[in-house]
Design a protein around this ligand. Structure first.
Ligand SMILES: [Ca+2]
Length: 402
């Protein structure tokens, strides 16, 4: 009997305990919201907008989970590109180009940005409006601002989101987006929205959630202010000569395409560079064994959207494929035997580079420009191809003791 009583009371008590816990948590969150109010007021947010925005809002555990997720294995660039530039996305992009041709032509005329690039970014960001994110932006950003490792980002974006509500561009309930607060067809975060979104359909609201015209014009405007040059492309796949000095690769070394041609660099599929005076850098996203690209000015503008070489490449390549149905994939295959390093290996690579005097600072597992520079220096010192690619070959060489 005692056991039965115990079980019964446990069943009755447990939900009460949980409710009590949740209640205390919510009270703490509400206190935090109130502590945020003076800052919002300073940014011109009214009390009524503030209260409406936070009505019923609680932290979103899923947002924290996504924000803190650190995968052990990074996705290889060829897998990323295969899904980013899928046959389906290419075909849908061509269909969007036909369907919204008049609008896209007007946007191209106004902002001077290639419509294929605009459509490619639309495809990358939301699959042409199919996946815009359904989370309430205020809730996601308040969660990030309240707890976890992205508080600074969360606070600044939350303030910007409240300003959007204050201006009345969209109702709080309709201001939806990804877990990180990227919103609408083209996934602008609130600060980018405030700085660069435009009203293109003329209703005086910048509605990147429901108006394709506003969203696509906002993307074109963002690229324009990011110094997009009309009439130029993003870059080309290139073929490097056998004796090429790989130390010249990387975005720091810039030469005209004519100068690169003198060093034996050719377009991968045999055509000539249409504007030999364009200034370009050679990038090797998977090291010297994989495809090489000459990227020109507009590539930098695309990276303002998302600062990752893989992203820029996906947008540029998707645009090319949408534009020209006869174009295929890259001419050189990806070196699929060179898997990106796992997280523990990335730490080990950094620690070994530091121990040999090639890298300063704490190992963080993030292979940024400093680590790549250290890899280059190590490769140079050890007679390897100086491509700065943190491959398993470099790691094994380090493990053997250089
Ligand atoms: Ca509008």
């Amino acid at each position: 009997m005692r056991i039965i009583i115990f079980i019964t009371s446990f069943l009755v008590l447990n939900p009460l305990l949980e409710t009590g816990f949740a209640h205390a948590q919510n009270a703490a969150f509400q206190r935090w919201v109130e502590s945020f109010w003076p800052e919002a007021r300073k940014k011109g947010v009214s009390r009524s907008t503030f209260q409406r925005a936070f009505k019923g809002v609680t932290p979103d555990p899923e947002v924290i989970k996504k924000a803190e997720h650190q995968p052990e294995f990074a996705k290889p660039i060829w897998e990323y590109l295969a899904s980013a530039v899928s046959q389906k996305r290419i075909e849908n992009g061509r269909e969007m180009l036909r369907k919204h041709g008049t609008l896209l032509a007007r946007i191209e005329e106004r902002y001077g940005v290639d419509r294929h690039i605009v459509v490619a970014i639309w495809g990358m960001e939301s699959s042409y409006g199919q996946f815009k994110g359904e989370k309430r932006v205020i809730r996601s950003l308040a969660t990030l601002a309240y707890q976890g490792s992205r508080k600074k980002f969360g606070r600044s974006q939350l303030l910007a989101a409240l300003q959007i509500l204050e201006r009345g561009d969209i109702a709080a309930g309709k201001m939806t987006g990804s877990w990180a607060g990227a919103m609408g067809h083209t996934q602008f975060i609130p600060t980018t929205y405030n700085a660069h979104a435009v009203d293109f359909d003329g209703d005086r609201r910048r509605n990147i959630w429901e108006s394709r015209a506003d969203a696509l014009a906002s993307t074109a405007n963002y690229l324009k202010v990011s110094k997009w040059r009309p009439g130029e492309t993003w870059g080309y796949e290139v073929k490097l000569p056998k004796n090429f000095n790989h130390a010249l690769t990387g975005r720091k070394t810039v030469k005209t395409l004519a100068q690169w041609s003198q060093l034996g660099v050719r377009r991968a599929k045999g055509k000539a560079f249409p504007r030999p005076n364009d200034r370009a850098s050679i990038v090797l996203p998977a090291g010297s064994k994989g495809p090489a690209f000459a990227v020109i000015n507009n590539f930098k503008s695309i990276l303002r959207y998302n600062n990752a070489i893989a992203y820029g490449l996906a947008v540029g390549h998707l645009a090319d494929r949408i534009r020209d149905p006869s174009s295929g994939g890259f001419s050189k295959a990806w070196p699929e035997e060179y898997l990106p390093l796992a997280r523990s290996e990335r730490y080990q690579l950094q620690k070994l580079l530091a121990a040999r005097g090639f890298l300063r600072g704490e190992a963080d597992g993030i292979l940024g420009s400093q680590t790549r520079a250290a890899v280059r220096a190590y490769q140079r010192a050890n007679g390897m191809a100086v491509d700065g690619y943190p491959s398993v070959v470099v790691l094994k060489h380090l493990r053997r003791g250089g």
